[in-house]
Design a protein around this ligand. Structure first.
Ligand SMILES: C[S@@+](CC[C@H](N)C(=O)[O-])C[C@H]1O[C@@H](n2cnc3c(N)ncnc32)[C@H](O)[C@@H]1O
Length: 465
């Protein structure tokens, strides 16, 4: 069974880890008096399955290996439709029925709440997509040192998978990616090598509005367009002739060591530096670095639910905490007397102000401040608002912000979350201020991945007595 460097085991998967990989363990007979426990992390498996795995250097506590074979299959296992599934780190659950994924996500939300002592009976089944494909309006592809263009390999961030399709990205964005890939190859342009900080092309960002069709392509490079003029001219000509929706084509200079799609100097090669998008009937301008919901169809469901749970009236005032560019602020502003949006990133606040103006809303007040300081300022100038909604980053709002919300004491708090664990932790702080969790609706914005979003309503019970 074993040799010096490799061992083959059959492992039973008993749970999934935070990244969606199967977890199990085996007891290894190493010839001593006690067998040794080896934990196994096996991507692309499901709970209850038995998988055959080959483990290199097995004398350790934990190993991560892909299965050689699935011996006992889960009834919800399906053939993954994407040809890149086995290697690509993009979608980890394509081998699982969509219904199975949704039920698991609902269960995750319930168990995080139960762990904090909440009644999980208030959690509804996760709302999925009718067609859980081609849902993303933004993709960031990476150029590999070998000239590949695609996404990072599962478990090996240094390798880039040369994609010829991507089933969760919009069709035209994939076509554009393939065209750019061909262009780079034809001109023999080098891909960036992170370790040596060498090579020309780093990333390709694609953004496309599902409402207006407007397409943005941004190439991040260590060089200038002038240094590569012939190739750049060819790029503009082939992309503009092929993609009538292309409204923004940019060349971004990025020589930073940090592995991020950022720009030191932006060159607009065609069109403008932003695209027009729409969500929930409101217009938005999107720059390359604007945070905007990446699954707009499902994000509209989040907005719908938040509005439904909030039950606001035209006489009420509210705070939209962590408001970003105003995805929730704009639809809410049209339904209340006044809305204050608080957000730490100044450029997002500038966008939020412009978005409100572009949509003819004049009852908004946007503040570029840290959440807690922003709430203090609003309280001083406005007094207590009637409603507070928050949509914090994955890490959650944290105890200090949640206690400030508790002291603010609005009748209702609507919490939009992209992480059920930090959500459950955050809302425990509201208990001592008399809030009860009334409703939780999970929504699937990222099919075939582990992520789940939710909208929840908390009501202050002692104020309604
Ligand atoms: C999940 S996003 C939500 C954005 C917005 N609600 C939307 O749907 O477009 C979280 C936002 O919180 C902002 N943020 C992060 N930390 C913050 C803080 N300490 N105070 C205020 N805003 C913060 C981020 O910049 C980001 O825009």
């Amino acid at each position: 069974m074993s040799n010096q460097e490799f061992e083959t085991h059959n492992v039973k998967i008993d749970k999934l880890d935070k990244k969606g990989s199967g977890m199990g363990h085996v007891w290894r007979d190493t010839g001593g008096s006690n067998p040794k426990k080896l934990k196994l992390n096996v991507p692309q498996t499901l709970i209850g399955e038995e998988a055959k795995v080959t483990v290199p250097n097995p004398d350790r506590k934990l190993a991560r290996v892909l299965p050689d074979e699935i011996i006992t299959q889960h009834p919800e296992r399906v053939a993954p439709p994407c040809p890149h599934f086995e290697k690509c780190g993009g979608c980890v659950w394509q081998h699982w029925t969509y219904e199975g994924q949704l039920a698991y996500k609902t269960g995750e939300v319930k168990s995080f709440l139960e762990a904090e002592g909440f009644d999980s009976g208030v959690v509804a089944d996760a709302l999925g997509m009718e067609t859980p494909w081609e849902y993303r309006n933004k993709m960031e592809f990476t150029f590999g040192r070998d000239g590949a263009l695609g996404l990072h390999e599962l478990g090996n961030f240094r390798n880039v998978i040369d994609l010829d399709t991507c089933l969760i990205a919009g069709d035209e964005m994939v076509e554009a990616m393939l065209e750019v890939s061909e262009w780079a190859r034809e001109h023999e342009l080098s891909g960036y090598d992170k370790d040596r900080h060498e090579g020309l092309l780093r990333n390709l960002m694609t953004r496309q509005s599902q409402k207006t069709g407007e397409l943005m392509l941004a190439i991040f490079s260590t060089g200038t367009p002038e240094e590569n003029q012939a190739a750049v001219d060819d790029l503009v000509s082939r992309l503009t002739s092929k993609f009538g929706n292309l409204k923004s084509l940019m060349w971004m200079e990025n020589r930073d060591w940090a592995d991020m799609a950022q720009s030191e100097k932006t060159h607009v090669l065609h069109g403008r530096d932003y695209i027009n998008d729409e969500m929930y009937g409101y217009k938005y301008r999107i720059w390359f670095d604007t945070f905007f919901q990446t699954n707009p169809l499902q994000a509209e469901k989040l907005v719908d639910l938040a509005i439904e749970m909030a039950e606001v009236t035209e006489e009420e005032s509210m705070i939209d905490l962590f408001c970003g560019v105003g995805t929730f602020s704009l639809p809410f502003a049209a339904r209340v007397k006044a809305l204050a949006g608080i957000e730490i990133v100044e450029t997002s606040i500038e966008s939020a102000k412009r978005n409100a103006e572009d949509n003819g809303l004049d009852n908004t007040y946007f503040l570029a401040k840290d959440a807690r300081r922003g709430m203090d300022e609003i309280l001083e100038t406005w007094g207590r608002p009637d409603l507070l909604m928050l949509d914090p980053p994955r890490s959650g709002a944290g105890g200090k912000v949640m206690r400030r919300i508790g002291r603010l004491g609005t009748d209702r708090v609507v919490y939009v979350s992209c992480n059920p664990e930090s959500f459950a932790d955050d809302i425990t702080w509201l208990r001592e201020y008399g809030y009860e969790l009334e409703r939780v609706q999970p929504v699937d914005l990222f099919p075939h991945t582990v992520h789940v979003e939710l909208v929840a309503l908390l009501r202050k019970m002692d104020s309604t007595l």
